[in-house]
Design a binder for this molecule. Structure first.
Ligand code: URA
Length: 288
């Protein structure tokens, strides 16, 4: 709840700064009003495109920032499509698949995503978060979606979760020159809610093509959302983690290791022992 006009006037400059600092510390990374705003409709009005037509919206709250910017996050109402995927999103997914299939290099894929209008998240994001790391690396990491820091910098895993990820990789002798990193969504969902089925429907064709073009020896799936998308399962990450599974990409079976998301480990540090086991399994696989 924001303070009323009278209460706002009572705040001194120092109090306002302290309040702002408190909000940032508490994980409030977006300025939102008390009433939900359908930003999909605003974006559509600003940049009408056949794939980004206005759609029925419902409102749902946010969860603690899964991207590790902070936890817990403030409630962040957001306009989302209903759970079934609306027709325009199915069409956008079809066109995403065709566009992605035509890309023969990573540069082409980046350009195609930059010009793709079928995902409304592109209108609220500040930057496209395409990838980071070495496309020649044997290991490709797939996270969930960019958070606030990633959106600002246009690079995946650069916030607190990313710093932990760097330390985890360093523990087994890896760094960003020896891995390649992407997310299941290349744009930040405002307020960091879990990506919707409609968002994944339009973005996953690009992810799958991305994996095909990079052609890694090993996939590491960071967290339940990436594991669910890449493995096509509803099984929870606690049951999936640490178990090698093959993912079929472009007709090839790629060994994939689901593990815990670094943002989860920031909230549940005791679970780092499980992540450590997974890292050792990854290291052993690399050496075998
Ligand atoms: N969490 C993710 O899943 N991806 C990022 O890029 C950052 C945090």
């Amino acid at each position: 709840m924001s303070p009323s006009g009278n209460e706002q006037q009572k705040l001194s400059r120092e109090q306002a700064i302290a309040l702002l600092a408190f909000h940032v510390e508490a994980g409030v990374s977006d300025a939102l009003g008390d009433e939900p705003v359908n930003r999909y409709e605003l974006a559509d009005a600003a940049a009408p495109a056949p794939e980004a037509a206005p759609r029925t919206a419902t409102v749902r709250g946010a969860r603690p920032d899964p991207r590790g910017d902070a936890a817990p996050a403030a409630p962040a109402p957001r306009a989302v499509p209903p759970s079934s995927i609306p027709l325009e999103d199915t069409q956008a997914a079809g066109s995403a698949r065709e566009i992605a299939a035509r890309c023969n290099t990573l540069d082409e894929l980046r350009q195609a995503l930059a010009g793709f209008e079928g995902c409304p998240l592109r209108y609220t994001a500040k930057n496209l978060v395409f990838a980071d790391g070495n496309p020649q690396a044997r290991i490709m990491l797939i996270g969930e979606a960019p958070g606030r820091d990633e959106d600002l910098q246009g690079l995946p895993f650069v916030g607190r979760a990313g710093q932990l990820l760097d330390r985890m990789l360093a523990a087994i002798g890896l760094d960003r020159t020896s891995v390649y990193i992407i997310n299941t969504l290349p744009w930040r969902p405002p307020g960091n809610p879990t990506p919707t089925p409609a968002e994944h429907a339009v973005c996953m064709p690009f992810v799958e093509r991305h994996v095909e073009l990079v052609n890694p020896d090993i996939l590491v799936l960071l967290g339940g959302v990436a594991a669910k998308q890449m493995l096509g399962t509803d099984t929870g990450i606690m049951r999936l983690r640490g178990k090698w599974t093959n993912v079929k990409v472009g007709g090839r079976d790629v060994p994939a290791l689901p593990t815990l998301h670094p943002a989860y480990l920031l909230r549940q540090p005791a679970q780092k022992q499980l992540a450590w086991r997974d890292l050792l399994s990854l290291k052993a696989r690399l050496q075998s």
